[in-house]
Design a protein around this ligand. Structure first.
Ligand code: PLP
Length: 402
């Protein structure tokens, strides 16, 4: 319950008591995202980062169309990683020049859609360069391209590494000069570079270090570039606290570090560069809650189970099966009994017929009854669209932006 407002005995989401919101939605389970919290978070990021830094939203974190529409009024651009995300990003009215298209497996058809739209294609391999060159020729459009670099360093503390060592992402830094030489011979609009080293990082200092090293690397690569660097995407990787022992990320020092990098390095060496920070979960993760109803209570050999109508098919991450090595509980509450003291230790399980479907193991909660609503927090990013909704054949949940 890090951010969502609580009043009386009911959890409020977007100012609406959850019982009433559930009635409005018409069925459980469902996801609710708070637009006010998203706005607040973007404002906080903007005030921590130096003026002039462009903020991009990684659509993958939560591509709900209404949320994207809201976000389009708050951020400077979108990063997409499929033609489907591209279409939703364009639907918001965001200018194509502010949309970047990343991802290691872009098909020829997807690349053609991106070139036709006029977005910046982030080249992740030499093959992609060849394809974009051919597409640009056949469409008669100078494709906008940037190079996604797989850096020669790794970031400590990232929950998910996406750069350094052998990677399917980006072009290895040492191979970039040769690709730039090919690019110079092509009729393409070279924009710059993208370096994204890792996700879900809660360590301020390692994020600062990664940004410093990314800037140094790009300055070095710029010497081989066919034109000035106009786009410098430093990635993001800002993490959010999912578990009891996680401390929220302090972003003020990251802003100070970026301000210094702008003055000492980017300004003098890459004066034409628009510097972009690209965030997904940090902007939306804490603004969402998954609400599911208790459909059974069961005692089994001394252990109490609350069985809910949702589960891992909607919120895989909370079950611990989205890449986690050790399963730890996401914050969870009985949303309709916030005034009651914790009274029992229970295990909250989903309705799927698999032992993997856990939402809370041995959590201490007020005594919940059949019909009560359970809230699983930190559900605003990598929730519904990162979950196996077809597994066990239950209906898909609703999503609302409130
Ligand atoms: C997934 C992804 C992001 C967003 O990561 P978060 O951890 O949600 O901030 C940003 N950039 C790229 C290229 C990505 O693939």
């Amino acid at each position: 319950m890090t951010a969502t407002v609580v009043a009386g005995h009911q959890l409020l989401v977007g100012g609406i008591a959850v019982d009433r919101l559930a009635a409005r939605v018409g069925a459980t389970p469902f996801f609710a995202y708070e637009r006010g919290l998203i706005t607040e978070r973007v404002t906080a990021v903007r005030s921590a980062l130096p003026a002039g830094i462009h903020l991009s939203y990684a659509v993958k974190a939560n591509p709900m169309p209404a949320l994207l529409q809201h976000m389009s009024g708050l951020v400077d651009g979108f990063d997409v990683a499929s033609a489907g995300e591209l279409r939703h990003a364009l639907d918001t009215g965001t200018p194509a020049a502010r949309i970047s298209f990343a991802g290691p497996g872009k098909t020829t058809a997807e690349l053609a859609q991106g070139v036709a739209a006029g977005v910046t294609i982030e080249l992740e391999s030499a093959t992609e360069l060849t394809r974009v060159r051919q597409i640009s020729q056949s469409l008669g459009i100078r494709g906008r391209v940037a190079i996604r670099v797989n850096p020669d360093f790794t970031v400590r503390g990232a929950g998910m590494k996406m750069g350094g060592g052998p990677q399917q992402f980006g072009i290895d830094a040492e191979l970039v000069p040769a690709v730039l030489a090919d690019l110079a011979a092509a009729e393409l609009d070279f924009q710059g570079f993208h370096v994204f080293a890792g996700s879900q990082n809660l360590h301020t200092q390692s994020i600062c270090e990664a940004q410093r090293r990314a800037v140094d690397l790009v300055i070095e690569l710029a010497a081989s570039a066919p034109g000035p660097v106009r786009y410098l995407n430093l990635g993001g990787g800002f993490g959010i606290p999912y578990h009891e022992r996680d401390r929220p990320l302090d972003i003020a020092p990251i802003g100070a570090n970026l301000a210094e990098l702008l003055v000492t390095k980017v300004g003098p060496r890459l004066p034409a560069a628009r510097v972009v920070i690209e965030l997904g979960r940090y902007l939306v993760g804490e603004a969402g809650v998954y609400l599911t109803r208790v459909i059974d209570r069961k005692e089994s050999r001394g252990k109490t189970f609350l069985i809910v109508d949702g589960g891992m098919h909607h919120q895989l991450a909370a079950s611990g099966n989205l890449g986690q090595v050790i399963r730890r509980n996401y914050p969870i509450a009985v949303a309709s009994r916030l005034h009651e003291a914790p009274a029992e230790t229970v295990t909250v399980v989903g309705c799927l017929c698999t032992p993997l479907d856990l939402l809370g193991t041995d959590v201490v909660l007020p005594r919940a009854q059949i019909g009560d609503l359970i809230a699983v927090f930190q559900a605003g990013a990598y929730g519904l669209t990162a979950s196996p909704t077809a597994f066990l054949g239950h209906p898909a949940p609703a999503e609302v932006l409130v």
